[in-house]
Design a protein around this ligand. Structure first.
Ligand code: CO
Length: 142
């Protein structure tokens, strides 16, 4: 299994390739706010573990194993965003909160959250009820 930091890279590389068709070391460094030399080091490690193929002057390509895991990580990220949004978390906290929790949940918990998201989305009155409870609690605090 990839480490949390490898997961961050694979997630980012997968979305860069989805968006632009390629992922350069400089793009990855910018997206993750790290030094390009750290990216090169990690990319070499990911290459060694067969997640991608890296050639210095030709860029990098995800292997089928890298693609499969990359997609899973990107889907996990958006599932967690959907979850926080549905339970009423402010937009300004969603991205950072997901970055903070995504690597620390088991796939079992992720799947169960997925069922909950489906349950909430299946009937708008479920989300409305939750919003009503949140409003009520917030009014008590004021
Ligand atoms: Co993420």
């Amino acid at each position: 299994m990839p480490t949390p930091s490898m997961e961050d890279y694979l997630e980012r590389i997968y979305s860069l390739i989805e968006e632009k068709g390629y992922a350069r070391v400089s793009d990855i460094a910018e997206a993750l706010e790290v030094h390009p030399s750290s990216v090169t080091k990690m990319v070499q490690k990911l290459d060694k573990d067969n997640y991608l193929v890296y050639e210095k002057y030709r860029g990098l390509v995800l292997t089928s194993k890298g693609k499969k895991i990359g997609k899973r990580l990107v889907d996990r990220h958006s599932l967690l965003e959907d979850f926080l949004r549905l339970i009423g978390v402010d937009e300004e906290h969603i991205y950072q909160d997901v970055e903070g929790i995504e690597h620390h949940l088991s796939w079992e918990s992720i799947n169960c959250l997925g069922y909950l998201v489906n349950y909430l989305q299946a009937d708008p009155s479920r989300v409305e009820e939750l919003q009503r409870i949140k409003r009520e609690e917030e009014q008590k605090e004021e």
